[in-house]
Each structure stands twice: as structure tokens, then as C-alpha cells.
Design a protein around this ligand. Structure first.
Ligand code: UD1
Ligand code: UDP
Length: 360
């Protein structure tokens, strides 16, 4: 079988790496792939660093879509991916996650009567103010094969009328990357330069438009974090969307240390050795649950509820007094311990390739 694997933005790369490694290790399946990078993310530290660190091969094509409004970016990816598929038709397109590249390439593939497999299908925040929720809904309305991470995702798909036979509960492929990297993670330079002590600092990542696009709101969040952490340091790798906002506001802090987005191996080292994490990232909610690190999420909802019901995650929405309190509870060692959700075991890619190999 010939397949096209699509990736475009930072959280896609740790999801395709285990899949590619597994396909390459099983030549008997006769699965041949083309890797297409849409170019949605293009900065070295949002893209190339993950190819280097996770051993992802150079893409067969880079569509160079770049940034823009929701419609501009989606449209550019669609126009370029249609050219790619017309020039290099395959039997199946594999998309991962919920970014604009995921939805755009699913639409193009289906209109060219090519089957689509969605890895991380079925998760829902039920919050249509998030572009990702629209991407998830559209992708799952079109896909032929649904690879899921949780029973919540399975239930959502069944409720929307998807036939059981198309849903494959394979676990969380992002955790495959985490397991694979466990003996490869690297202490980031900030550890020495900021004189960090293991287990005695926080990590923060913020990039959701609802948190960062209003500079006053961003300042309020920073103030609450500073008050919560007291004399402890917070290392914050800054996403370019957030960097743009920060450039326009007057702000300085002794405790929040802003750094460039990190490579995966450095970032995982940083969170694994932290006291706690403050985030609005989808993937980081999952990684902290797997690693058993306390996580406070600045969102009102999550498409990954098992990180709250089973894992170490708590949602605090925009309740900033609660943000301060939660950080205080983490510092006092009062946080819940959590457990690892079913099938988050590092073998998801293996199960996906088993399914792919059986497709006639
Ligand atoms: C995108 C995804 C989001 C994901 C996030 C991961 C969508 C709708 N959003 O959000 O789900 O959580 O990636 O990081 O697909 N920029 C750069 N360099 C880059 C990429 C972006 O400078 O390599 C800047 C541009 O100014 C751009 C802004 O960041 O306008 C936002 O980028 P964009 O890809 O539109 O959305 P993200 O916020 O990155
Ligand atoms: N990540 C990283 N470096 C950073 C911040 C995040 O490698 O500086 C990784 C993180 O470990 C996770 C992924 O990026 O694997 C999450 O991506 P992001 O938060 O951008 O997107 P989301 O998951 O919210 O869609």
C-alpha cells in the first residue's frame, strides 16, 4: 500500500515520528510512504529541530503554506496539497491531531476520492470558539479509519454515527515518542544559566488565542503566576504567537524567565524534572499525566478529559485566584498523584501499523 503522511505544525511531529519508525522497521508490510510537510510551522525551533531530534526523514515535499488567517492558511494548504496529490496519488492519506493542516489535507484527499486515516480521532472540547475543534469535527466527518487515544474519543465517534468497525482504539501515539525519548532527553542550557534545581522550578507554555491574544489578559496571567510561585522560577519557552503579543506590552519579571521554544528532548527533560507545569497546550496535558507531573491548565474545557479524571491535570479556566491557589498546592506537595490512561504504553504505532497492514 502507498500512503501519504501529513504533518505541518509542532504537535504533529512527535505523532508522526513513531509511525514512520514503525513502518520502516516492518518492510514485510509493504507499506510505502511519502512524507508531506505543509509548512504551517516553519521556524527552525517549531519544525526542523523535531526532524533532527526525533529522526524523522526529510519530507518528500514541503508545501510552504506559512502563516495567515484561518482561511488563508487553510486555503493555501489545500491548493498546494491538491497539486501534491495529483502529482503523487496514493491509496491512503494519514493525518494526525487537530491543526489546520489536518483538516485541509483531509478535505483535499476525500475530494480526490482517496481514503483518510485520522490519528487522534474523536476527541472533542465541544468548544467551537477553538479552531482545533472545527478541524477535529470536519476531519472526523470525512475520515475512513479512526485511530483513538481514549474511550471518551470512541464514545464521541459512536455518538456521531461512526461504525464500530472503523474505530481502532490504539492508544496515544504521542506517548510513543515520550517512551522512545526517555534515555535520550537532554538538559537544556537554561538549567545551568538559570541555576535551576531539580524538582524546584515550574515550566509554563501558553499559546492559545483565548489566553495570549489580549495583552492585558496575558499580563493578568503572568501576575497570578508570579504571585503563586513566590521565590521559585518559572521557565517559559515562548511560542511565536505569544512572543508577538509580549513585544507590544511593558512587562518584566524576576521569576518568569522567557526563553525560545525548545527542542523536544530538552523540553521533556525540563518538564520531567520540574515541580509543576502551567499550560494551555493539548500535548503537554498528556505528557505531564504520563510523567506524573502536576499540571494546571488555563482552559475551561479539555478534549483530553482523562488527563483530569485519571491524570495529574486540573482545569482552572480563567479563574486567576484559582491559578495562584493551585500553584500554592503544588508547592505544598498537596497535588493529586494520578495514573496513566489505558494503552498509553509506547506501542501505539505498532498497533496502527498492524491495522494498516491488514487493509485490503
Ligand atoms: C497552531 C495550531 C494549534 C497548535 C499550535 C501548536 C491551528 C488552527 N492552530 O497554532 O492547534 O496548538 O499550532 O504550536 O492549526 N509563527 C511563526 N513561526 C512559525 C509558525 C508561526 O512566527 O513557524 C507565528 C506567526 O506569526 C503566526 C502565529 O505564530 O501568525 C500563529 O501561527 P499559526 O500556525 O497560525 O497558529 P499557532 O498559534 O501556531
Ligand atoms: N514542546 C516542545 N518544545 C516547547 C514546547 C512544547 O518540544 O518549547 C512539545 C511538547 O512536549 C509537546 C508538543 O510540543 O510534545 C505540544 O505542542 P504545542 O503545545 O505547540 O501544541 P498543542 O499540543 O497544544 O496542539
Amino acid at each position: 500500500m502507498n500512503i501519504t503522511i501529513v504533518a505541518g505544525a509542532r504537535p504533529n511531529f512527535m505523532k508522526i515520528a513513531p509511525l514512520i519508525r514503525e513502518i520502516n522497521s516492518r518492510p514485510e508490510t509493504n507499506i510505502k510512504f511519502r512524507l508531506v510537510h505543509t509548512g504551517q510551522h516553519y521556524n527552525e525551533n517549531l519544525s526542523q529541530v523535531f526532524f533532527n531530534e526525533l529522526g524523522i526523514p526529510h519530507p518528500d515535499a514541503n508545501l510552504g503554506a506559512g502563516s495567515g488567517t484561518q482561511a488563508e492558511q487553510t486555503a493555501r494548504i489545500m491548493v498546494e496539497f491538491e497539486k501534491e496529490m495529483l502529482a503523487n496519488p496514493t491509496d491512503l492519506v494519514i493525518v494526525v491531531g487537530d491543526v489546520n493542516s489536518t483538516m485541509a489535507c483531509s478535505i483535499v484527499a476525500k475530494k480526490l476520492v482517496t481514503k483518510v486515516a485520522h490519528i487522534e480521532a474523536g476527541i472533542r472540547s465541544f468548544d467551537l470558539t477553538m479552531p482545533e475543534e472545527i478541524n477535529r469535527m470536519v476531519t472526523d466527518a470525512l475520515a475512513d479509519y479512526f485511530f483513538t487515544t481514549s474511550s471518551f474519543a470512541n464514545d464521541n465517534l459512536r455518538k456521531s454515527g461512526i461504525d464500530y468497525s472503523k474505530i481502532f482504539f490504539v492508544g496515544n501515539i504521542m506517548i510513543d515518542s515520550l517512551v522512545w525519548s526517555s534515555d535520550k532527553i537532554k538538559q537544556p542550557a537554561e538549567f545551568d544559566s538559570q541555576k535551576l534545581t531539580h524538582g524546584k522550578y515550574f515550566v509554563a507554555t501558553l499559546h492559545r488565542p483565548s489566553n495570549v491574544d489580549d495583552p492585558e489578559n496575558l499580563k493578568t496571567i503572568f501576575k497570578a503566576i508570579e504571585e503563586g510561585v513566590g521565590d521559585q522560577k518559572v521557565i517559559m519557552p515562548v511560542h511565536p504567537r505569544t512572543a508577538k503579543m509580549l513585544a507590544g506590552i511593558q512587562w518584566s519579571s524576576n521569576s518568569i524567565i522567557l526563553v525560545e521554544p525548545m527542542g523536544y528532548l530538552e523540553f521533556i527533560y525540563l518538564i520531567k524534572n520540574s515541580l509543576g507545569v502551567i499550560t494551555d497546550s493539548g500535548g503537554v496535558q498528556e505528557e505531564t499525566t504520563y510523567l506524573g507531573i502536576p499540571c494546571v491548565t488555563l482552559r475551561k474545557n479539555t478534549e483530553r478529559p482523562e488527563t483530569v479524571t485519571k491524570g495529574t491535570n486540573e482545569l482552572i479556566g480563567d479563574n486567576y485566584p484559582k491559578l495562584r491557589e493551585s500553584i500554592g498546592e503544588i508547592r505544598a506537595g498537596k497535588w493529586k498523584r494520578g495514573a496513566i490512561p489505558e494503552l498509553w504504553d509506547g506501542k501505539t504505532a505498532q498497533r496502527i501499523v498492524d491495522v494498516l497492514a491488514a487493509i485490503k
